[in-house]
Ligand binder design. Structure first.
Ligand SMILES: *[C@@H]1O[C@H](CO)[C@@H](O)[C@H](O)[C@H]1NC(C)=O
Ligand SMILES: *[C@@H]1O[C@H](CO)[C@@H](O)[C@H](O)[C@H]1NC(C)=O
Ligand SMILES: *[C@@H]1O[C@H](CO)[C@@H](O)[C@H](O)[C@H]1NC(C)=O
Ligand SMILES: *[C@@H]1O[C@H](CO)[C@@H](O)[C@H](O)[C@H]1NC(C)=O
Length: 412
């Protein structure tokens, strides 16, 4: 059967999604719109709720195949926690999957979505199964790492082309064959071709016509013309007399011919290519049969990612429209709420930092009082310095937090 339209509104999710029991300690998902949103009801999604946990949740539908049909996989995810390391992708499984036992090694067809771990390591994974092996996209696609909801779309077409969109904007597209190494390359370097020995790859050469002028002074030192052989020099005993050397005032340096463009330049030699005898086109790349389960199989260090608006369809245009009508119409309100939320968080942190500082100062005053009674001489300088240092620490600690926030803003 062909690609259906499966649009998951998350209501009643507990009846339709199955938690795996493969591990006893999978993290729990909860239904929530999170700390900021465009619409408190409509933006409810599945949120990872426990830090440093694996997650394994999936939902089953009537098996279908995308043979000779377009397959669109679309969903939205919001890393409102400020994700540090964790997956934000979905997987499509065959009908043979046992959902109760789903885990990270369970065989799947497609893995698609953002994957973030550490600085600079933020990519969109598009891992596709072909002939029993998983193939990663070899053209890197960056994902979004800010806290807003983003819409991720993967389109696989029957003519073996693909497209990845983030927020309904194309971020990658091309031939499946080119951007995954499913098949051996179409062309290879001709193993019998050799660069001709006389091939001239020199862009510039020394001018063979250029001659050193007769009067070119290329001796840096010359015999001192004023030196005289000592009268008592005995050639037999002392050897031939050589006068001392003095710097040549007319020294012009070593002569070099001028450089000219090589008139015989043939360009860089390009190794000719031939058709790869090992290459055989396969029109069935990314044809999947009995696609039957959509799952979230993740590891998250800092939890809080919200998944929503899952959609499977064969209609690119429709997927775009659904994106527009869900993520699209609420994203701006969500951003406003996020900014407000972050402003409030910032103020809260500032106040807390202030309180901590005040408390520390009170405590230091107490210590100061006690020490003053003890050794007057030593304490005169030291505690004061101590306090200065503590204040600096508090300040830099606070600034540190601030810097992080600025960085996050920059990424938006
Ligand atoms: C898909 O297309 C191929 C080639 O045209 C054809 O042989 C095959 O039967 C088609 N499959 C389906 C399910 O329509
Ligand atoms: C593949 O199909 C898409 C959508 O129908 C079309 O826009 C594209 O030109 C086709 N590409 C090739 C290489 O056939
Ligand atoms: C799809 O599933 C059906 C029922 O389990 C099975 O008979 C069929 O062989 C499967 N098709 C493929 C291509 O795996
Ligand atoms: C989705 O929204 C964009 C931006 O407003 C618009 O250009 C595009 O035509 C819309 N697409 C659909 C299918 O409605």
């Amino acid at each position: 059967t062909s690609v259906p339209i499966l649009h998951y509104f998350i209501y009643g999710w507990k009846k339709r999604w199955v938690e795996s029991k493969h591990r006893p300690d999978y993290g729990k998902f909860q239904l929530t719109a999170g700390k900021f949103y465009g619409d408190k009801e409509k933006d409810k999604g599945l949120q990872t709720s426990e830090d440093a946990k694996f997650y394994a949740l999936s939902t089953r539908f009537e098996p279908f195949s995308n043979e000779n049909e377009t397959l669109v996989v679309q969903f939205s995810v919001k890393h409102e926690q400020g994700i540090d390391c964790g997956g934000g992708y979905v997987k499509l499984f065959p009908d043979t999957l046992n959902q109760e036992d789903m885990h990270s090694e369970s065989e799947y067809y497609v893995m698609f979505g953002p994957d973030i771990c550490g600085f600079g390591n933020n990519k969109v994974q598009v891992i596709l199964r072909y002939q029993g092996k998983y193939h990663e996209n070899n053209k890197a696609i960056k994902c979004r790492i800010n806290k807003d909801t983003h819409l991720y779309t993967l389109i696989i077409r029957p003519n073996a082309t693909y497209e990845v969109k983030i927020d309904n904007q194309q971020v990658a597209a091309g031939d499946l064959e080119d951007d995954w190494d499913f098949l051996p390359p179409r062309k290879i370097k001709d193993p019998y071709a050799r660069k001709p020995r006389k091939w001239d790859e020199r862009l510039q050469i020394e001018d063979p016509e250029d001659k050193k002028p007769e009067d070119w002074e290329d001796f840096e030192y010359i015999p001192d013309p004023d030196a005289k052989k000592p009268d008592d020099w005995n050639e037999e005993m002392d050897g031939e007399w050589e006068g001392p050397l003095i710097p040549n005032l007319n020294y012009q340096g070593q002569w070099k011919p001028r450089i000219i463009d090589n008139p015989n330049y043939q360009g860089e030699w390009i190794h000719p290519e031939i058709d790869n005898p090992k290459y055989k086109p396969d029109p069935t790349i990314c044809h999947y049969y009995n696609i039957s389960v959509l799952g979230l199989d993740l590891w998250q260090v800092k939890s809080g990612s919200i998944f929503d608006n899952f959609l499977l369809t064969n209609d690119e245009e429709f997927a775009e429209e659904v994106g527009n009508k869900t993520w699209g119409i609420r994203k701006d309100v969500e951003t406003q709420w996020r900014e407000l939320y972050e402003e409030m968080e910032k103020r809260k942190q500032e106040e807390e930092a202030k309180k901590t500082k005040e408390k520390e100062e009170e405590r230091e005053d107490d210590i100061w009082g006690i020490e003053e009674e003890g050794s007057e001489e030593d304490s005169a300088e030291t505690p004061g310095n101590d306090r200065q240092m503590k204040e600096d620490e508090a300040e830099s600690g606070f600034l540190g937090k601030n810097e992080v926030r600025v960085d996050e803003k920059d990424e938006l």
